[in-house]
Design a binder for this molecule. Structure first.
Ligand code: FA5
Length: 340
């Protein structure tokens, strides 16, 4: 009996060391402790043993040993599984927030800030104005009465109450003149809306930056000086521009300031409608009717105004071929501007 138990103990230890999962342990339990297992077989042999008491004690010690070894192995296996799960689980990383990709400024925001910095350094204030305005602000106060043909160039979206989405930042001119009076130097960036078909250089929603300077003895040379300074500071390189006569009812005289297309170098491409030039910043001397409507003494003061196409400026500055990319929400293309 003793030899048989020692033999079974050795076999059991070997099998136990080879058991790698719960199923193998269960098989071992059945093999040794089950109804037809080795312990039951030993108990049967007890009948023939000479010293039944001693043999019974040996079987009992063996049985308890098997039970506790299987229990220990089961516990160890459970613990190993838990440890493996912890090891393989994604670890909490307290520095993760710092490793994450940060968002980036939209290129139009970057361009706006650059232009703002230039004008702030020249004593201009930055003003804000509504996107929803009324007919008076957008047109009538700007010397564009009802049925004036100039309205055709700026169709927009009308609300049921007669208000409209502003077509140009000039819509704030009257409000700002009335707010500050003369003398004044102000710029006011803003989103504009036009009901028109889109192409590589036209959007139905785009940004402009209006600028106004009103003081005594303001002339076209002041206007040209500020436009030149702004462009050289923003582009930080020589850019070719041209000034030509332009008509806007709220300035007299009026000019179109075009930039040589930075995409094709003036050869002609879809970004400049194949003309080699892009209308960028119309400007002019503020019409006396507009000054008067804003409460400015036209005997004493004159002024200039400009309407910079901020979205087009961003196109030219960053080499964006299609204006529609700016509103596309394409993070892949927009996020590359973060380091600029
Ligand atoms: C105006 O909006 C005038 N208010 C500008 C002005 C202000 C003139 C003060 C004189 C004095 P215009 O419609 O041309 O003008 O627009 C001005 C600029 O905005 C254009 O040169 C262009 O750069 C930009 N712009 C106009 N329409 C669009 C459009 N659909 N998509 C993108 N940019 C546009």
């Amino acid at each position: 009996m003793k030899e048989r138990i020692e033999e079974l103990e050795a076999l059991f230890e070997k099998a136990l060391s080879e058991a790698t999962d719960a199923a193998a342990l269960e098989n071992l339990r059945v093999e040794y402790l089950g109804k037809k297992g080795h312990v039951a077989e030993l108990m049967k042999g007890l009948r023939d043993a000479q010293d039944k008491k001693a043999a019974g004690q040996l079987i009992n010690v063996f049985k308890c040993g098997v039970e506790s070894r299987i229990e220990e192995a089961t516990e160890a296996m459970k613990q190993a599984q838990i440890n493996a799960r912890i090891r393989n689980a994604k670890k909490y990383n307290p520095t993760l927030a710092r490793e994450r990709e940060f968002g980036s400024y939209h290129p139009i925001t970057l361009a706006t800030r650059e232009v703002e910095d230039v004008f702030i350094s020249m004593g201009f204030t930055i003003e804000n104005y509504n996107e929803i305005v009324d007919d008076y602000q957008c047109f009538e106060a700007l010397n564009i009465p009802k049925h004036h043909p100039a309205r055709d160039m700026q169709d927009t979206y009308y609300l049921d109450n007669g208000q409209l989405l502003k077509t140009h930042t000039s819509a704030a001119q009257n409000y700002i003149m009335k707010k500050y009076g003369a003398p004044l130097r102000a710029i006011f960036p803003g989103r504009c809306f036009r009901n028109e078909s889109t192409d590589a250089c036209h959007e139905n929603t785009f940004f402009q930056m209006e600028g106004m300077m009103i003081d005594e003895n303001i002339s076209i040379s002041n206007l040209i000086y500020f436009m030149k300074t702004m462009l050289s500071e923003v582009f930080k390189r020589d850019v070719k521009v041209r000034l030509r006569p332009g008509f806007f009812p709220f300035v007299e005289p009026g000019f179109e300031l075009d930039i040589n297309c930075e995409i094709c170098g003036g050869e002609g491409c879809p970004s400049c409608k194949n003309s080699g030039w892009l209308e960028l910043c119309p400007c002019g001397m503020i019409h006396p009717n507009v000054l008067r409507e804003g409460g400015i003494d036209t005997e004493k003061y004159t002024g200039f105004a400009f309407g910079l196409g901020l979205t087009r400026l961003a196109m030219m500055k960053y080499g964006v071929k299609d204006i529609r990319d700016f509103n596309s929400g394409n993070l892949k293309s927009l996020s590359q501007f973060k380091s600029i």
